[in-house]
Ligand binder design. Structure first.
Ligand SMILES: [Mn+2]
Length: 285
């Protein structure tokens, strides 16, 4: 284990220290999303492209009794200052989320882009209080094995610029990259757009999982992943809802974990539907 790994490991430990713990006995079907980056409906609202797909997926998960868990960056609050603007423009989406909330099936984590949700003064009529991390506990099976834990964080905890220096990062997004993005130039510091940076972050998180013999699921890199459970640890990533024409998520139920994508598809009569595809898995927890 490299020296820097222990530094980043401590950031993950810190995030998990106050994490709520939920059990699959109470929440047998879970779906994990992240990085929706819901915006203000302007053309740089990256979520807008996939809004219909997301809406269809949410409807499916609600009807099938899933609990919705969002691993941060659900709302784009760096480019936009007011959460109420996002809530207003995407009223239909927040109404769906509110149905999960009312059914007691909604858990929200905050990421670097929506860190202001961690403030005590943060109010929303449709969202529950947000946490930095969440732990899913799978009670020991009848065979007497130990409880399995899946540790959920956003992932910016292992990304210095987006964690300790998040105000500088937000400033860059708000005043430099957003205007450049409007001119067609992409933010080069974003993990979401930088392959080698994503790989470093993935390595930091998987090193932590390996060292602690446990499982981690994150977002932030926008790179969906479902690693095999090597011994008793694994690293998985929900991906994002802002891929060019796809959203990705992770389903956990019946002792299995599966990486899913939702996209538009046409049938033989040329009707367009929203379809659910398995990208990877299912594999045992
Ligand atoms: Mn992020």
């Amino acid at each position: 284990m490299k020296l820097t790994d222990s530094f980043y490991g401590r950031q993950i430990d810190k995030a998990l220290r106050s994490a709520p713990v939920i059990s699959t006995e109470d929440f047998p079907k879970l779906v994990l999303f992240s990085d929706c980056h819901r915006g203000c409906g302007t053309w740089n609202d990256s979520f807008l492209n996939n809004k219909t797909i997301y809406e269809a997926a949410l409807g499916y998960y609600y009807e099938h009794g899933f609990t919705y868990v969002e691993l941060g960056d659900g709302d784009e609050l760096w480019e936009n200052r007011k959460f109420s603007d996002i809530e207003e423009i995407h009223t239909d989406i927040f109404r769906l989320l509110d149905r999960f909330r009312k059914a007691g099936r909604l858990f929200m984590l905050w990421g670097n882009h929506d860190r202001i949700k961690s403030r005590t003064g943060f109010k929303s009529s449709s969202l529950p209080p947000c946490s930095q991390a969440l732990i899913i506990r799978f009670p020991a099976s009848a065979s007497g094995t130990d409880d399995t834990r899946y540790n959920l964080i956003h992932g910016h905890q292992v990304d210095i610029l987006n964690n300790q220096l998040w105000k500088a990062a937000r400033w860059l997004v708000r005043y430099i990259w957003k205007p450049l993005e409007l001119a067609g130039i992409k933010d080069p510091t974003s993990a979401a757009r930088n392959y080698s940076k994503s790989r470093v972050l993935e390595e930091r998180m998987s090193s932590w999982a390996e060292a602690n013999n446990t499982h981690i699921v994150a977002g932030h890199t926008h790179r969906p992943a479902l690693s095999p459970a090597t011994g008793k640890w694994s690293y998985s990533n929900t991906g994002s809802c802002v891929h060019p024409d796809t959203i990705t998520c992770i389903e956990i139920h019946d002792g299995k974990i599966t990486l899913i994508k939702w996209a538009e598809c046409a049938d033989s009569n040329q009707y367009i539907h929203v379809c659910r595809y398995i990208i990877s898995g299912p594999r045992d927890l």
